[in-house]
Write a protein that binds this ligand. Structure first.
Ligand code: ADP
Ligand code: MG
Length: 512
């Protein structure tokens, strides 16, 4: 098979780190090559050199057998290389077509004199392209009105409009729901069928197994293997990626359910414009229990957690913590009463990026002893000790321990730091929303084990996740939410994954 891209001895350094270390890799025309690696392994860096956003310190890149100096994305463009980034780069208040043709607008001349952009014919071309590749969009829609999955299709169309032949996807499924992922994988397969070469960066082994032909594995900046996917197990891939054996399924620690800790009665939550997001939901959560709320994104699960945390007002119903009603308590009162919240939007509980880990891991406790003394002076040694302990307990990869700047860490490790800090607050109720979203298998394993450990210690855990596998693995009780209403609430051991999925879609009918 023809080689379209060849990396030869590529090395790329950033201050204090070798992001890519002597990488040689060939990519074949018409294949789907997956790039797998933990957070910070160097995947995005390698691809950003192919796309001209970075240039290698050493080594060379050959495109279709010819040595190229890819000094900018424009050069990449001319070489028919396109990339869909982790964070989309679209202009919110413009239409799909305007975004797609940006920079290469077809110009017409009015009266043969005044140039203007021919939006009409561009719309047509986008429509054709969208039909041809089965990427349904309406070219005239404005970006800000569109869900994430459609924005992603726009990014894909943007590459295709520019005649890209080598398509790079940087963790495209991290932002999608299970159904959207299925459809994306279908789209990627289609693209391969039309002869495109696909490079797919992902953490998700099952996705690789489903569509990739080969898989290149990076570990700490080095290429540790290139595998033929059909003949390799996911177990083998993850072991190479993490550098050790990883258990992909958790065997839960023995735990016994204790007293009721949190009770929610007929909880109803509405948005400002009176749209009912949560409709009369009731459940009770016990010490030593993981209660998972399953549902397709946007069915009210996050609003339940927000209402319990005090971030959204309760329209009707009540919330009790240890038998005390907290329905109208302030956020701070709830935190002090023992409710910890690790929300989906990690920026709101996020990190101070320009602070070292030491301060970040202590962000909610620094004013208390032993981290401050009685005169309010910060005790660096105590903070250091806490940071070092959490770094090791949560396997936070940080270049220089407690002194590492949060900004310099990879996204996954930033997430681990936030989760470590919140867990360390010793709350009795912990709410996790999508705790492993976007993380690699090694980090997922660490967090799942942590949740299991907390349960064994008698904590009460509310888990909200879009990953059914995660729910099936951890939950004692599953509540399925659909349109804000409880479809079912049952012991996890009495339901199959398939059944939960049916409840999520609102199609399951109880057998008589
Ligand atoms: N522009 C940059 N400046 C400094 N360090 C960077 C930069 N880009 C990436 N890094 C570092 O290089 C390493 C590899 O990062 P990256 O390629 O983004 O990893 P991955 O995509 O596999 O998660 C990480 O330690 C990251 O912090
Ligand atoms: Mg990356």
């Amino acid at each position: 098979m023809d080689t379209v891209v060849e990396f030869r001895h590529i090395t790329k350094r950033f201050p204090g780190i070798i992001a890519n270390n002597d990488i040689s890799l060939s990519i074949r025309k018409g294949e789907i090559l997956a790039i797998l690696g933990e957070n910070g392994a160097g995947k995005s860096t390698l691809m950003s050199m192919l796309f001209g956003m970075q240039t290698p310190d050493e080594g060379e890149i050959l495109i279709r057998g010819k040595k190229e100096h890819i000094s900018s994305p424009l050069v990449a463009n001319d070489l028919n290389i396109g990339m869909v980034h982790q964070h989309f780069m679209l202009v919110e208040n413009q239409s799909i077509t305007e975004n797609i043709i940006m920079g290469i607008e077809p110009k017409k001349r009015y009266l043969g004199l005044f140039p203007y952009v021919d939006v009409q014919s561009s719309n047509e071309k986008v429509r054709e392209l969208s039909k041809h590749y089965r990427l349904e969009v309406n070219p005239e829609d404005i970006i800000e009105d569109l869900p994430v999955s459609t924005r992603q299709r726009v990014e894909i169309l943007k590459m295709l409009y520019r005649n890209a032949e080598i398509l790079i996807f940087d963790e495209p499924s991290a932002v999608l729901t299970p159904q959207e992922i299925e459809s994306l994988l279908g789209i990627i397969k289609n693209l391969r069928e039309s002869g495109k070469t696909i490079i797919l960066i992902t953490h998700k082994l099952d996705e690789i197994k489903k569509i990739a032909d080969r898989c290149a594995i990076l570990c700490k900046g080095k290429l540790v293997g290139v595998l033929d996917v059909p003949s390799t197990t996911t177990q083998e891939m993850s072991a190479l990626m993490v550098g050790r054996d990883v258990s992909l399924t958790l065997t839960s620690t023995e735990h016994t359910q204790g007293a009721e800790v949190l009770r929610v009665e007929d909880l109803t939550v509405e948005t400002n414009d009176h749209i009912r997001k949560v409709d009369k939901v009731s459940f009770s959560l016990h010490s030593g229990e993981v209660l998972a709320i399953a549902g397709v994104a946007g069915n009210g699960q996050v609003e339940i957690a927000d209402a319990i945390a005090g971030l959204l007002p309760v329209k009707e119903g009540s919330i009790f913590l240890d038998g005390q009603e907290i329905t109208t308590h302030t956020v701070r009162q709830r935190i002090e009463a023992g409710v910890a919240y690790i929300p989906e939007d990690r920026h709101s509980v996020g990190l101070v990026l320009d602070f070292p880990l030491r301060e970040n891991l202590c962000l909610k406790q620094y004013y208390q002893e032993p981290y401050s003394n009685s005169r309010g002076v910060l005790q660096q040694q105590q903070m250091d000790a806490l940071a070092t302990e959490l770094i090791s307990a949560f396997d936070i990869r940080s270049g220089s321990g407690a002194a590492t700047l949060a900004r310099s860490m990879s996204g996954g490790n930033q997430q681990k730091a936030i989760i470590a800090r919140e867990i360390n607050l010793q709350a009795n109720v912990l709410m996790f929303v999508q705790p492993t979203r976007g993380l690699d298998v090694g980090a997922i394993e660490t967090i799942h084990k942590k949740i299991d450990e907390l349960r064994a210690q008698g904590k009460a855990i509310l888990l909200i996740s879009l990953e059914l596998d995660e729910i099936m693995e951890l939950a004692d009780t599953i509540l399925v939410l659909y349109n804000g209403r409880t479809q079912t609430i049952k012991s996890a051991s009495t339901m199959t994954k398939l059944e939960v999925g049916e409840y999520m879609m609102g199609v399951h009918v109880e057998k008589a």
